[in-house]
Design a protein around this ligand. Structure first.
Ligand code: IVH
Length: 700
């Protein structure tokens, strides 16, 4: 079967299984269902070109979960359901690599590469060498062992001779296949090397989450990737959206001592790709002679920032495997390969002082002022240093030399201070005890990393709140940007959010200001008036309630008829909403319990803003739409997390405790106090695992 025939067969099977949802599949069809899921995972995670909507994939996945749940003996180790680890890693066992993991010698310029080429030519006696050049991925190296087509083990590099067994975590990385058709190419065993990376978008999302939780942001995706691999809980690894490139085979064992199916490095990259692995097949280039190598390295460096992942250089490899063998290795690195390192993205500079900025939530952020330094395309003169603890951890002092780094488009970070340079005149940093703007005392809640000004009339907060209110993703009042808000505030024309909608009363004063001709004043008032029609979720987001981002704002908007309905909402009822956790519920509840906020909202409504939800959408669909569930005890067939996911996929909602809001309590073995509690509430239906499975398989 050629590729497109296979693809067509898979499409036909996909259509078939989509029709089986709610009906189930037989034992004989199960292998095909798994093959279909593997095919779509490969399209999505390796080829980056999905053929199926996410929701459809989820439905097929749950069809497999439901089938395996009903027939546990049908589960195989390479089933897509087996990625999800349920148990924690108990410390990592050390495992010897089949072949030691060497590092590479480095080169930094054309002269170094010419040197390398000269040595290769001398040692081989050849006049010109064929090279394969590929990116040097900036992540954490790993080694994978596949036997009889199945992923058996994944290890870290360790000391190069032995590494730590991180198989459970490796299985969370969806671009690494759990099985591969190795036998089709006569391969019985193989040890594959590669790099685990975090793509730039995943890294930024991950850092945003860390900061929102009050943690420090990580300096670069490499640290994020290598830290993630050693997490105790595989589920957390899964959430980090890691990716992998595989670029080397260190051992290939063929059945019956058959010859290896490849004889070049580029052939290995292609073979890996054909077997379903993500290799740099497209990124690599085979060239003749070192000048072409240099050209490709420089051309690639020029487009470094456009790549969705970080690379810190290129790797140049002699392409013929037989020649690689002849060249051999030194005690540290192979003689047939060399890394070409790109220009550094680190620099050193002096820390001149710290400025403290107050944000709209009152959070005080220290910002390091630096002697301006050129770094990877930009001049850097200030960098956020997040919070007091961060400054202490890094032992930063005013006057210190500091090492700074900018990885790709990522915001610059201070990597560390360089105490070796200290002369004794450096000044320790003392975090202020009063707000740098309004001078009222700062507070820090327990467990919070951030000091806050809690004076809600603090000028900094008032202004920042208004700036957020008019911003693009909020009310989107373009003509009233940050600069105008600051100006109007200073002149006393604007002092709070409702004041924005009363600016028209100040027309005379505004028109007399420089830069406010008739046209721009008209535009300003038209834009303000138009924003009154913004949908409710934008207004909710614009209010700047802590932890309420755009997604939560949409969920909130969909759950009420009128914004002020939230005044009546308890924290518990807020918890029932999708994506609303304890912290978020508490914050929303606090916001709507504050009389000043309610007055502001009423004022906004009087001024003509939309507080009614005109576009209430139904969020949940599916057989269990809107029904609430809770689990207790140990389930015998289903994994708790899979069962919860299946309930959610069918439109159900998982609650965190027994209350009158609960519709179903699913009871496993050794059920605890939740069962006792639920028995006391008449409206709760107490069901067994089997009954849940039935509910899940009966669809609308
Ligand atoms: S080949 C024996 N290829 O760079 C050859 N390494 O500084 C082994 N790396 O430890 C390595 N991208 O973690 C190779 N395309 C690539 C690479 C690569 C990143 C890492 C790898 C290695 C380190 C050496």
């Amino acid at each position: 079967m050629n590729l497109s025939e296979q693809s067509m067969a898979m499409q036909a099977s996909t259509a078939y299984f989509l029709k089986q949802i709610g009906i189930g599949v037989s034992r004989s069809e199960l292998d095909q269902l798994k093959a279909v899921l593997q095919f779509h995972e490969h399209r999505y995670y390796v080829l980056d070109s999905p053929l199926l909507a996410d929701g459809e994939y989820d439905q097929l996945y749950h069809l497999l979960v439901a089938t395996e749940t009903a027939n546990p003996s049908w589960v195989t180790p390479d089933s897509p359901t087996q990625r999800v680890g349920n148990s924690l890693n108990q410390g990592f066992e050390t495992m010897a690599h089949w072949v030691p993991m060497l590092s590479l010698d480095n080169s930094y310029n054309a002269a170094d590469l010419n040197d390398f080429d000269r040595k290769v030519r001398e040692l081989s006696g050849l006049e010109s060498i064929e090279y394969c050049v590929e990116p040097k991925f900036d992540g954490a190296s790993i080694s994978l062992i596949y036997e009889n087509g199945l992923l058996q083990r994944g290890t870290t590099r360790g000391d190069g001779v032995a590494g730590e067994d991180i198989t459970q975590n490796i299985k969370q990385i969806r671009s690494i296949p759990l099985s591969a058709p190795l036998a089709s190419r006569g391969i019985a065993q193989v040890e594959i090397r590669g790099e685990i990376i975090m793509r730039k978008d995943a890294f930024e999302a991950f850092n945003r989450k860390l900061v929102a939780q009050g943690n420090n942001a990580l300096a670069n995706p490499r640290n994020a990737a290598s830290g993630s691999l050693r997490m105790k809980d595989p589920k957390e690894v899964a959430e980090r959206n890691l990716d992998a490139f595989l670029y080397h085979i260190s051992y290939i064992g063929t059945a019956d001592g058959e010859p290896s199916p490849v004889d070049t490095h580029s052939g290995i990259l292609e073979l890996l790709w054909e077997l379903g692995f993500k290799s740099p097949k497209e990124e690599k280039k085979v060239v003749q002679g070192i000048q072409a190598v240099i050209d490709y390295c420089l051309a690639f460096e020029a487009k470094r920032d456009e790549l969705p992942y970080e690379i810190d250089g290129m790797v140049v490899k002699v392409n013929l495997l037989a020649l690689q063998e002849r060249l051999g290795m030194t005690s540290h690195h192979p003689r047939w390969a060399i890394a070409f390192k790109f220009k550094a993205r680190q620099a050193t500079t002096t820390l001149l002082g710290i400025e403290y900025q107050v944000g709209r939530t009152g959070a005080v952020t220290p910002v390091a002022k630096l002697a301006p330094v050129y770094l990877a395309g930009v001049t850097v003169s200030s960098i956020s240093v997040h919070n007091e603890e961060y400054i202490r951890e890094k032992d930063l002092r005013v006057g210190d030399m500091v090492l700074i780094e900018r990885a790709g488009d990522v915001i610059p970070q201070i990597v560390k201070s360089l105490p070796e340079w200290r002369r004794g005149t450096e000044i320790p940093i003392v975090f202020p005890i009063d707000c740098p703007v309004c001078k009222s005392p700062l507070f820090k809640a327990e467990g919070d990393a951030v000091w806050r000004c809690i004076n809600i009339e603090c000028e900094a907060q008032v202004v920042e709140k208004m700036i957020h209110f008019v911003s693009k993703d909020a009310m989107d009042i373009k003509s009233l940007g940050e600069a105008n808000i600051r100006k109007f505030y200073e002149l006393g024309l604007l002092k709070d959010i409702p004041g924005i909608y009363r600016l028209a009363e100040k027309e005379a004063a505004i028109s007399s200001m420089e830069g406010f001709g008739k046209k721009s004043v008209d535009n300003l008032f038209t834009a303000i008036a138009a924003s009154k029609q913004q949908p409710l979720y934008r207004l909710i987001y614009a209010l700047g309630i802590r932890f309420v981002g755009e997604t939560t704002a949409k969920t909130l908007a969909n759950s009420v008829n009128h914004l002020l309905d939230f005044v009546e909402s308890s924290e518990e009822s807020l918890l029932l909403l999708e994506d609303v956790g304890v912290k978020v519920a508490k914050s929303i509840h606090e916001f709507f319990s504050n009389a000043q906020n309610i007055n502001m909202l009423s004022e906004l409504e009087t001024l003509g803003l939309q507080l009614v939800n005109t576009k209430k959408e139904q969020v949940a669909t599916g057989a269990l739409k809107g029904q609430t569930f809770l689990f207790t005890g140990v389930l015998s067939k289903l994994k708790r997390s899979d069962a919860e996911a299946s309930v959610e996929a069918a439109g159900g909602i998982i609650l965190s405790g027994v209350s009158s809001k609960l519709n179903y309590l699913v009871v496993g073995e050794e059920a605890g106090t939740k069962l006792e509690k639920a028995k006391k509430i008449n409206s709760v239906k107490i069901i067994s695992e089997e009954e849940l499975i039935q509910l899940l398989t009966i669809q609308e």
